[in-house]
Design a protein. Structure first.
Length: 292
């Protein structure tokens, strides 16, 4: 009987306690210092800890909530300035380094251009790197960092390095190595890209992933071949004042041993203006233009 009474008492008190906790949190948030213009202020972490008497987790949650509300109100107003967003996000994370929602979601509040976000991609990078120092084995942080570099800062090499670092933690997501190889290729780091795709080809757990890795390796080789052939064609044009009409002109000069073929064994096409193309019979998905 006493046990049943205890259970029912707990059931009845739970919503009351939750409501009280919510009310206390809102009262604490209302008591926070406000910045000029009515928005939330972000004091130094030491002052915030003192204000909340060492209840750092509670303080972090409140400042994180304030950051979300601040971002939401500015976003709805189509504002192009978010001067207090980064300070609020950094403060909430400083108070509780286990509050990973602050860097993982906050980075995207910061990174994209206005009016969609704050247009502060470097602040997003700094916040994510702080989180990585505290949580070096969380692959999602490297994933977010890589895309801020790739999409917002347009730094493909840095993106590839972030994805590669994330591919080495445990546990990780297999897509991290794929992204690293892809962005190293886009950044013209072909040796690194080839090494990663080669490793994925060797270690692929199924035929589909192995075929994808092979396709990218063939694309890397074909691009390198085509660039080298176009340099030969440019040298021929510089010397003779005209473009060769067939590969036989270069073969006759000893510049080529035979008709050059792509990784699938089909001859490269000699195009007007000293350009080189793939044979129509060659099917390399990584070199096909994306559909519109």
């Amino acid at each position: 009987m006493n046990r049943r009474r205890t259970i029912w008492t707990a059931v009845l008190l739970t919503p009351v306690l939750l409501a009280a906790a919510f009310w206390l949190q809102r009262q604490a948030a209302m008591a926070l210092p406000r910045a000029a213009g009515g928005g939330p202020a972000a004091p130094q972490p030491r002052l915030a800890r003192a204000m909340f008497l060492g209840y750092n987790g509670l303080a972090a949650d409140i400042y994180w909530t304030e950051a979300i509300q601040y971002f939401g109100s500015r976003h709805l107003a189509r504002s192009r300035r978010y001067p207090r967003l980064a300070p609020l996000l950094n403060l909430s994370y400083s108070l509780d380094p286990d509050l990973l929602s602050a860097p993982e979601y906050g980075a995207f509040f910061l990174a994209d251009r206005p009016p969609f976000a704050a247009g502060q991609p470097q602040a997003a990078v700094d916040l994510l790197r702080r989180a990585i120092r505290h949580h070096p084995n969380r692959w999602r942080l490297y994933y977010d960092l890589g895309f801020v570099y790739a999409l917002n800062l347009h730094q493909r090499k840095q993106a590839a390095r972030a994805f590669l670092a994330g591919s080495k933690v445990h546990p990780t997501n297999p897509v991290m190595k794929v992204l690293a190889a892809d962005y190293f290729g886009q950044a013209n780091q072909t040796q690194l890209a080839a090494a990663l795709w080669s490793q994925m080809y060797r270690d692929a757990p199924n035929a589909a992933l192995r075929a994808n890795a092979l396709d990218h390796l063939q694309a890397i080789r074909a691009r390198a071949d085509m660039q080298a052939l176009e340099r030969l064609l440019a040298a021929y044009h510089h010397h003779f004042g005209r473009w060769p009409r067939s590969w036989s002109a270069l073969i006759a000069l000893g510049a080529l041993r035979g008709v050059p073929v792509d990784p699938q064994g089909h001859p490269y096409r000699l195009l007007p203006g000293g350009r080189v193309g793939l044979n129509p019979a060659t099917k390399i998905a990584a070199m096909q233009a994306p559909s519109q």
